[in-house]
Design a binder for this molecule. Structure first.
Ligand SMILES: Cc1cc2nc3c(=O)[nH]c(=O)nc-3n(C[C@H](O)[C@H](O)[C@H](O)COP(=O)(O)OP(=O)(O)OC[C@H]3O[C@@H](n4cnc5c(N)ncnc54)[C@H](O)[C@@H]3O)c2cc1C
Length: 552
């Protein structure tokens, strides 16, 4: 039987686009299938902030940051906490990926026109010890143009390949099965969905209008994770994180449905580390939603005070921006699935950033003028002010008594006592002027301000929360926001998928979130942030190059 392509790629997100462009560049014919329409090309990466984990870059050096492969690997291993037999390939992927991030990643992207915003962010700072979780130095490099700025070079290359006949897009083609002949994967079949002109990222029609069956000697699964499917998230939720949240919001579009992972598993592929996931605890309901249950993540600076639903301050080192998974674990054992930030106008102005390309029109639109206004504006960036005014999770009041009243009204639970909160905030405020401070969060604020990037744009000058000169007071009800899937299809360094018998399945490859960003879980338990897009780049590139070699 004739072949329809040399390689079929399932998924037109970042990982799929990277793999497909490598295949076309190698002179092979590639077909990219996606259940969504052309308007959603690029998948989640389009919506992302475009933050990239890079090591020892000119941007870091200009800011006085000393980074190295060894330090980054130490941080990665401390974050990952690999502790299982099936971590063999994830660990190998981790070593290779950190080398990529410290090596050719930046230059490879730059040669395609990608550029980086000069102030490097400091995400996931940890707070335990040198061998524990967290970035020892700032490494979060935001792409100029945010997520679309990451997708753009690959979309451009893919469209060029389409124009010269090496690449065929098959939109609204949903893969329902892999075809397997004599143990080797040699094609896909599925459903053609009706055309739908709905906007990018919105839920599209699932009405079937036909069927398809296509053959190729190699198939790459780049279908993303499970974050849009809350049933699957709850089903895979690990006991160590407590009971699954009753209420969750979605940090990803509905097409991140995890369906293809089950299909691959049904065809004999080995899915590992499915209990490892990366969800955020600073989720807020989008007042202008694009996808169902659309939530936005606050990327917080270090100064907001953090309380659980009962008004107990989160213990050290669970400060904003320190250790996402430990925060999730703490909150899910607190008896409620939400928590509170309490802060001032001075803090929100400098410290609140919102994750997502559409929430950062200045960076996404590559406007220096608009970006500079972040530093000179009277208020917070316009999208943050919009949330403050219209967001369902925000409470703004002039004094603490009224704030607590409004917080209780918002939760409908009356769990917060004014005197309890006041005691804790006043105690923290007493430490602000103390140079020999013992409050570890306040120490952390001073430490953050030793980094010029944080002092410039991410950390408010230390002040008393209850000082009216820095008001009004703001409380934000924080929800659990689903996002990334850390486990996935087990692969070797060529992105070839292992079968349940431990043998490579000929013809089958996986990349991006579907492969746990490489190996079936390159992050182990935790991420250092900015590692997901990079994981798509690295695993997509490996998959594309390897599949191109054997196909055709
Ligand atoms: C708001 C937001 C902010 C983010 N910020 C960052 C950041 O700053 N840094 C970072 O590193 N990461 C970030 N991420 C994460 C990162 O964007 C994603 O993990 C990554 O883009 C996933 O890419 P992917 O190609 O693996 O999957 P996806 O982007 O999910 O693409 C998969 C594609 O496969 C298609 N598909 C699925 N199943 C089928 C099927 N059966 N048949 C046909 N097609 C199918 C889907 O329709 C989709 O188009 C962010 C994500 C979001 C949503």
């Amino acid at each position: 039987m004739g072949m329809d392509a040399d390689v079929i790629v399932v998924g037109g997100g970042l990982a799929g686009l990277v793999a497909a462009t490598e295949i076309a560049d190698a002179g092979k014919r590639v077909m990219v299938m996606d259940q969504e329409g052309e308007q959603s090309l690029g998948g989640q990466a389009f919506w992302s902030l475009g933050g990239l984990f890079l090591v020892d870059t000119p941007e870091q050096r200009r800011l006085g940051i000393k980074d190295s492969y060894d330090l980054a690997l130490q941080d990665w291993m401390g974050a990952a906490g690999f502790d299982r037999d099936e971590d063999l390939w994830p660990r190998r992927w981790a070593e290779a990926y950190v080398a990529f991030a410290a090596g050719e990643k930046r230059g490879w992207l730059r040669a395609m026109g990608h550029r980086i915003f000069p102030v490097v962010g400091w995400a996931e700072r940890g707070g335990a010890d040198a061998m524990g979780h967290g970035n020892s130095v700032p490494r979060f490099h935001v792409s100029w143009g945010t997520g679309p700025g990451v997708v753009e070079p690959f979309e451009r290359r893919a469209r060029e390949a389409a124009a010269n006949g090496r690449l065929i897009f098959k939109f609204r083609h949903r893969v329902d099965a892999l075809s397997v002949t004599n143990g080797a994967v040699d094609g896909v079949s599925g459903t053609i969905l009706e055309p739908d002109a709905i906007g990018r990222g919105m839920s599209s029609s699932r009405k079937a209008v036909g069927e398809f069956s296509l053959r190729a000697p190699a198939v790459i699964i780049a279908s993303g994770g499970i974050g849009g499917n809350h049933d699957l998230v709850r089903q895979n939720w690990p006991q160590r994180l407590g009971t699954p949240p009753a209420h969750m919001i979605s940090g990803v579009p509905a097409h991140v449905d995890g369906r293809m992972l089950g299909i691959a598993e049904g065809a004999g592929a080995r899915l590992i580390n499915r209990d490892r996931m990366w969800h955020y605890v600073e989720g807020i309901h989008n007042w202008s939603p694009i996808w169902p249950m659309h939530g936005i993540r606050i990327l917080p600076g270090p100064s907001s005070m953090w309380f659980d639903a009962f008004g107990r301050r989160l213990p050290s080192p669970l400060f904003p921006g320190s250790d996402t998974l430990a925060q999730l674990q703490y909150i899910m054992h607190s008896g409620r699935d939400y928590s509170w930030f309490v802060l001032t106008q001075a803090i929100i102005k400098k410290e609140f950033a919102l994750s997502g390309s559409e929430q950062n029109p200045d960076l996404t639109g590559k406007s220096w003028l608009a970006t500079l206004r972040r530093a000179t504006n009277k208020g917070a960036p316009a999208p943050v002010e919009a949330f403050k005014a219209k967001g369902a999770d925000f409470v703004v009041r002039d004094n603490l008594a009224e704030l607590v009243l409004a917080m209780n009204a918002l939760s409908g639970e009356n769990l917060l006592e004014l005197a309890h909160l006041q005691r804790q905030i006043e105690a923290r405020d007493r430490e602000i002027k103390n140079p020999y401070v013992k409050d570890t969060q306040v120490m952390n604020i001073h430490n953050a301000r030793r980094y010029v990037g944080d002092r410039l744009i991410r950390t408010a000058a230390p002040h008393r929360i209850l000082d009216p000169a820095h008001g009004p007071l703001i409380a934000v009800k924080l929800n659990i926001l689903t996002r990334k899937t850390l486990g996935g299809l087990e692969t070797d360094l060529d992105s070839r998928v292992f079968g349940s018998n431990g043998e490579i399945i000929p013809g089958l490859y996986a990349a991006g979130e579907a492969a746990g960003f490489g190996g079936g879980g390159v992050h182990g338990y935790r991420s250092l942030e900015g590692t997901f897009l990079g994981g798509c780049l690295f695993s997509g590139r490996n998959a594309g190059r390897a599949a191109a070699k054997v196909a055709g």
